[in-house]
Design a protein around this ligand. Structure first.
Ligand code: HEC
Length: 151
């Protein structure tokens, strides 16, 4: 309550991603936070970046920009409220928890549901951060519920 600073997904599209990837081994200042959970968050985001690279990037692109195989998961076109034309998705993405629930069941596209819950959480902590969402602690279910992508 009131302790989280959450910016709408659409505010910072590609720029933040450039920072996250561009900084590479440097201190990830884009995820800095004054909250006690900041080091847990940093560790989660770093893990999520690796997991994203292993399990998601081949279809969604190294930077989440999408490809001929899959839609973007980073940037202004990521996570539209309504399914894209012709999509298999049949739910709306109102909150980050909606995206999370759908993706943990259906992703990776070639091996649905095969990751552990904490691995999906790490990937989404990374992905939301790349989209400019400021998390103030390690991402969990209630926090995902509180992140409204489409008010
Ligand atoms: C083999 C290719 C492939 C891999 C690997 C893959 N995806 Fe996907 N992903 C897709 C396709 C295709 C869609 C579009 C599904 C549809 O028709 O609704 C999709 C859709 C999504 C969506 C919803 C996007 C939207 O706009 O509706 C999310 C979120 C997502 N994937 C996350 C992930 C995550 C996280 C991983 C890694 C754990 C991952 N995907 C790995 C192919 C893939």
């Amino acid at each position: 309550m009131g302790m989280r600073t959450i910016s709408p997904l659409s505010i910072l599209p590609i720029g933040v991603l450039g920072l996250v990837f561009g900084l590479g081994a440097c201190h990830p200042s884009t995820v800095q936070s004054s909250a006690a959970g900041s080091s847990a968050l940093t560790a989660q985001v770093e893990r999520g970046k690796l997991l994203y690279g292993e399990h998601c990037a081949k279809c969604h692109g190294d930077g989440g920009q999408g490809s001929s195989k899959a839609p973007p998961v980073v940037g202004k076109d990521a996570f539209p409220l309504q399914p894209r034309p012709g999509a298999k998705r049949d739910v709306t993405f109102r909150t980050a928890a909606d995206v999370f629930a759908w993706a943990t069941e259906h992703m990776p596209g070639d091996a649905p549901g095969t990751l552990a819950t904490d691995e999906y959480l790490a990937i989404f902590a990374f992905d939301l951060t790349a989209n400019g969402v400021k998390l103030t602690g390690a991402l969990d279910g209630p926090m995902a519920q509180s992140i409204v992508l489409h008010p």
